[in-house]
Design a protein around this ligand. Structure first.
Ligand SMILES: Nc1ncnc2c1ncn2[C@@H]1O[C@H](COP(=O)(O)OP(=O)(O)OP(=O)(O)O)[C@@H](O)[C@H]1O
Ligand SMILES: [Mg+2]
Length: 558
């Protein structure tokens, strides 16, 4: 495993539902940040854009034949194929939404047999090829990839713990890390990265220690919120538990398609099928909508100006061919044009905006310091960063660049600014029920009790260690194990209760004992300062570190 000293370059990846991007910097030139913007086919589709579409193009054998701009380029492979139908090729998109724990979120259609984790891995492979190339060219082959690269990946707040395990595996398969438990890979939540970016770029607002600010990160798939406060030492504390929901910008696009479908008498299901089979046409229509209507809409009728018009004959002909018989005459009369009045567009936004406002209220209510923020009345400043598109990827890069590298400091290996985090899960281990005789307990197989380690919502210092001392029961014991359970619930009595998941199973290797040596006393420390829970153990009698292994990488959802 490569140590902190080896890291020469930090790369942050913002793997988004609709768009993705990466940024990079050398540890010896931390201010020289590059947000990559030379994507393949970029000059044709979106010149100088810092993000590329999160889209893959597959052939029948599930091989990737295009991705990002290349997958959707008009006149490109798919552009040509889609003029007919997509019998030979198909697109996969929005696969990140499969990680959402919210059952009601419509998951995008993925072709038969295409696992969403394979799609993620395939996409990360494409990103890795570009990153590897950029690292090689930028630093003329002096940086070993991936061993001398710290990789920071961003993720939404609502992802379960299991998603981190899956992302780690995908990163490994994509060649972004060289071993599964590599220290080179770090995770940070999207709003946390945005908070770091805002902290660096909001000097004009003169934040003082104790001031709190809420980040509302509106992505294409999810809306993520976090409330942080500035500490005396310049660090950031987490005020309330972060929240998030899959109700981002692409859901406005879905409302737009629903609106069009209603006008043409085409069902949602049929619209989905047509979109999949005639992707380029739909994409062109959607881009027209995003560019000329969605991005200009600010909710004010006076600013709306004029009624926009969608001309189906030129923008999405396939819809003309699929109009319902009942609507055909009406559409012919209007020459296949669909007008959008202010109220129509407002309605497309309303569902999503209402959800965002509800999330803001809930995040606010979760403020347990009695420092309740009264939205509008008490919030002094509501601001949008200069370049919101790259705020997350830049913030994640700052996160990875500012690690404590002094091994003598308590926060060694941790980001220097993020000082506290609020737990999103309650964690505990299993113990035998003290009211039942241990022998009877084992014989009857009665459930073990959930012994609380840390509770959901608790604010814990990033370098805080939860310690427990264990002694082996036999002299010839070579291993001790420790099970870590997690749950989104606040109170749990037994580990077999609903919604309690076995997250990790650690085993501690015990050194062989000499004849007159006392049984070791092993102190296990659990750290929740990073998004992935970490464990270390040491023998208190000898002061030596014990080897800790995680035996359950495939934990169930939590
Ligand atoms: N100026 C704009 N006004 C309104 N919407 C916009 C604007 N620019 C981009 N969008 C929308 O923002 C969304 C993309 O945002 P972003 O790139 O932050 O999302 P993402 O990173 O793909 O998603 P997530 O972070 O949720 O996984 C799309 O729905 C896009 O249409
Ligand atoms: Mg994003």
């Amino acid at each position: 495993m490569s140590g902190l000293r080896d890291i020469r370059v930090v790369v942050s990846i913002d793997f988004g539902t609709t768009f993705s991007g990466f940024a990079l910097a050398h540890v010896d030139a931390k201010h020289n940040i590059e947000v990559f913007n030379s994507w393949p086919n970029g000059e044709l589709m979106r010149p100088n854009q810092t993000k590329v579409p999160t889209i893959l193009l597959y052939n029948q054998s599930l091989e990737v034949v295009g991705w990002g701009n290349t997958a959707v380029a008009p006149g490109g492979l798919y552009g040509g194929a889609s003029q007919r139908s997509s019998d030979s090729h198909f697109l996969a998109e929005q696969f990140k939404l499969y990680f959402s724990t919210q059952e009601h979120i419509p998951k995008p259609l993925l072709p038969n047999k295409l696992e969403f984790l394979k799609a993620i891995t395939d996409y990360l492979i494409k990103l890795r090829e570009i990153i590897q190339d950029r690292v090689k060219n930028k630093w003329r082959g002096t940086v070993a990839f991936p061993d001398q690269v710290r990789l920071v990946m961003t993720l939404p707040v609502d992802w379960p713990q299991k998603a981190l395990v899956d992302m780690r595996n995908c990163a490994l398969e994509a060649g972004l890390i060289s071993e599964r438990h590599s220290d080179n890979l770090e995770f940070v939540t999207e709003p946390e990265a945005a908070a770091l970016y805002c902290l660096k770029n909001c000097a004009e607002y003169e934040l003082n220690p104790g001031d709190a600010f809420m980040i509302v990160d509106c992505g294409g798939g999810t809306i993520d919120l976090t409330t942080r406060y500035l500490m005396q030492n310049g660090g950031l504390g987490e005020e309330t538990e972060s929240t998030g929901e899959a109700c981002g910008g692409s859901f406005v696009d879905r409302e737009f398609l629903k609106f069009i479908g209603d006008k043409l008498g085409i069902t949602e299901k049929k619209m989905d099928e047509l979109r999949r089979d005639h992707y380029t046409q739909f994409q062109r229509m959607l881009e027209g909508f995003v560019f000329s209507v969605k991005s200009r809409f600010n909710g004010n009728e006076e600013d709306f100006g004029y009624t926009s018009m969608l001309h189906l004959q030129s923008e999405c002909k396939i819809l003309v061919e699929n109009v319902h018989a009942d609507k055909k005459l009406e559409m012919e009369k209007s020459r296949w044009s669909i007008p959008f009045a202010f109220k129509d567009v407002k309605q497309m936004f309303d569902t999503v905006v209402e959800k965002i406002l509800r999330l803001i209220k809930e995040e606010n209510r979760g403020n347990i310091y009695g420092r309740r923020l009264q939205f509008k009345e008490k919030v002094r400043i509501i601001a949008t960063p200069m370049n919101p598109i790259s705020a997350v990827v830049k913030g994640a890069l700052h996160y990875g660049l500012e690690f404590e590298d002094d091994p003598n400091k308590a926060n060694y290996g941790l980001n220097k600014t993020i000082k506290t985090r609020r737990l999103k899960c309650t964690y505990g281990t299993d113990v035998l029920d003290p009211d039942i005789d241990p022998i009877i307990s084992i014989l009857t197989g009665s459930s073990k009790m959930f012994s609380l380690i840390a509770k959901r919502g608790d604010e814990i210092a990033a370098d805080q260690a939860f310690k427990e001392t264990y002694t082996p029961v036999r002299r010839n014991q070579t291993e001790m194990s420790m099970n870590l359970y997690c749950t989104r619930r606040f109170d749990v009595k037994f580990v077999n209760e609903e919604d309690v998941t076995l997250l990790k199973k650690w085993s501690i290797t015990l050194p062989p004992l000499k004849t007159d040596e006392l049984l070791p006393r092993v102190e296990l420390s659990l750290m929740f300062g990073k998004l992935e829970v970490a464990a270390t153990a040491f023998n208190k009698r000898t002061g030596k570190k014990c080897q800790v292994q995680c035996n359950l990488p495939e934990a169930d959802r939590c």
